[in-house]
Write a protein that binds this ligand. Structure first.
Ligand SMILES: Cc1cc2nc3c(=O)[nH]c(=O)nc-3n(C[C@H](O)[C@H](O)[C@H](O)COP(=O)(O)OP(=O)(O)OC[C@H]3O[C@@H](n4cnc5c(N)ncnc54)[C@H](O)[C@@H]3O)c2cc1C
Length: 475
């Protein structure tokens, strides 16, 4: 007979979403049990955001050495110590890990159980040698790499995000399958660290972003030496006698065969629902994950689902946002609902790609009569000083100036997008952005300049000139 724990809230999964619920709910006075079968911190800390950004930071330092010549400083091809880079990545993880640790959460009063959880009925979960019965459950079990059945894949070794950050060896030629954010970030990181890199994408590179902007990022990555193949078909792998891996596919420009030393599969994510016995709790799910309503309730109204396992956006900040919604529903009985009108995302290639709200095609598909504003980083003095003028900002507004969406490609686009998130979530008009005083010279001036361009046509029109000349006659 297993011990039975009765609690207010039982959270399954100690990643970005589950930790946010557990910390918030316990600090507000609820009794919380948190169950984690793997490492505390989940994907983001251990195999996702944190190691990937740490690797990109190392790669940026290497690239800086190559590009120093343009600034009158002797450039050099960096000598990369792959073990040292790996040490740096794990040092960053270790620096952040205490925030997500068992010790911290037990200190907050959370009962942490380190075991795999599975439902045994609508109100009870089993984990290790205990059973937990809770008033509410929160499923926050995340996602795993989706590895499609590709001919020959079972014959070769390959990386996914789950093991690539363990690599301490020099990578000579990395073949990346998948040109989404994960594939593109890791492709650039490895290229800058000295590897040859080939990216093969079966559809379009960075398909979720605006092609006007992705073009700018892809151009830069191509200049840095990454080879891209888009629209491939019939992908297959062969292990060659010399130990290399050949990746073959057909494209509209003919057949392609690339021989690499290492292979990364970055072809999407699948929700972690296996082994949870969701049927016992009456929780409906599909291949896209656990089905939830706008209050993030599953088909069992006492069980919520958040983060990657629920979607529709798979980001750390989304898991944290959804955690806030379920806390309001569970603890305060407020019918809080998700609002996805101002969801931002960033791809941390260099240049970065950042987006919030509606894209031009979203707005047009919604039948909206919009204005599309564009502004190039070439007009920005700070970008000139940094010699980083490849960049573009695009803003979508209604005819009356209400901001619907913004996308930026360029140096630090992830920082530059922040005021647009606020503007869209607060339903602001473009005049607010145009009238702020932006410090000179900053990259963020692109935000003010593009907002000002909304008025340029009217401001510099023949009508305005006529009015000004008339007023000047009487002054
Ligand atoms: C390479 C990479 C880079 C990324 N970069 C970014 C980025 O820059 N910015 C960003 O916003 N997002 C990024 N993401 C996405 C981000 O990591 C996820 O959106 C986020 O981690 C989702 O949080 P979560 O709580 O839903 O799941 P997770 O963080 O994955 O946590 C789920 C936890 O549940 C546990 N679990 C699963 N099943 C059970 C079970 N049966 N019993 C007990 N425990 C269980 C797992 O072990 C895991 O610890 C990246 C992802 C990857 C792969």
């Amino acid at each position: 007979m297993k011990d039975l724990i009765q609690t207010d809230i039982c959270v399954i999964g100690a990643g970005s979403g589950g930790l946010s619920v557990a910390a918030g709910a316990s600090q507000m006075g609820a009794d919380v049990v948190l169950i984690e079968k793997g490492e505390m911190g989940g994907d983001c800390l251990n195999t996702g955001c944190v190691p990937s950004k740490a690797l990109l930071a190392a790669a940026e330092k290497a690239q800086g050495m190559r590009e120093a010549g343009a600034f009158g400083i002797e450039s050099a091809e960096p000598s990369v110590d792959w073990k040292g880079v790996n040490h740096h990545v794990h040092e960053v993880i270790a620096a952040i890990a205490p925030n997500d640790s068992v010790e911290r959460f037990e200190g907050l009063g959370v009962n942490v159980i380190q075991a795999a959880a599975k439902f045994i009925d609508e109100h009870t979960v089993e984990a290790g040698d205990v059973q937990v019965r809770a008033k509410y459950f929160v499923l926050a079990t995340g996602s795993s790499p989706f590895v499609p059945p590709i001919q020959g894949l079972d014959q070769v070794n390959y990386f996914t995000n789950e093991n690539i950050f363990q690599n301490r060896e020099k990578v000579d030629h990395l073949i990346v399958i998948g040109g989404g954010p994960i594939g593109m970030e890791l492709a650039q990181a490895h290229r800058r660290l000295g590897a040859r890199v080939t990216v093969m994408e079966m559809a379009r590179l960075l398909v979720k972003d605006d092609p006007d902007l992705t073009k700018v990022a892809i151009e830069r990555l191509t200049q840095e030496g990454i080879r891209f193949y888009e629209g491939g078909r019939d992908l297959s792998f062969t292990k060659e006698n010399d130990g290399t891996i050949s990746a073959r596919c057909a494209t509209n420009d003919g057949d392609v065969c690339v021989a690499g030393s290492h292979l990364l599969i970055a072809t999407g994510r699948r929700a972690n629902v296996d082994g949870l016995n969701l049927e016992a709790a009456g929780i409906q799910h599909s291949s896209r994950g656990v089905e939830v309503d706008l209050r993030l309730r599953t088909s069992n109204r006492r069980i919520f689902a958040i983060g990657d396992v629920a979607g529709p956006y798979q980001f750390t900040h989304m898991a944290a946002y959804q955690a806030g919604i379920v806390i309001r529903n569970m603890l305060f009985k407020l019918p809080a609902k998700v609002d996805y009108s101002a969801v931002p995302w960033v791809t941390y290639t260099d240049p970065e790609l950042a987006h919030v709200g509606m894209s031009e095609s979203d707005a047009k598909n919604a039948g909206k009569d919009v204005r599309v504003l564009k502004w190039s980083f070439e007009e920005n003095d700070r970008a000139q000083a940094e010699k980083r003028t490849e960049g573009l900002i695009k803003v979508i507004t209604e005819k009356n100036g209400r901001i619907l969406g913004a996308s930026i490609v360029g140096l630090h686009a992830g920082e530059l997008i922040q005021p647009w998130i606020l503007a869209i979530s607060q339903k602001m008009k473009i005049g607010a952005m145009a009238s702020m005083i932006a410090p000179y010279p900053t990259l963020a001036e692109v935000n003010k300049r593009i907002a000002g361009s909304f008025y340029t046509e009217k401001l510099f029109s023949a009508g305005t000139k006529k009015v000004v000349r008339f007023l000047m006659r009487f002054s």
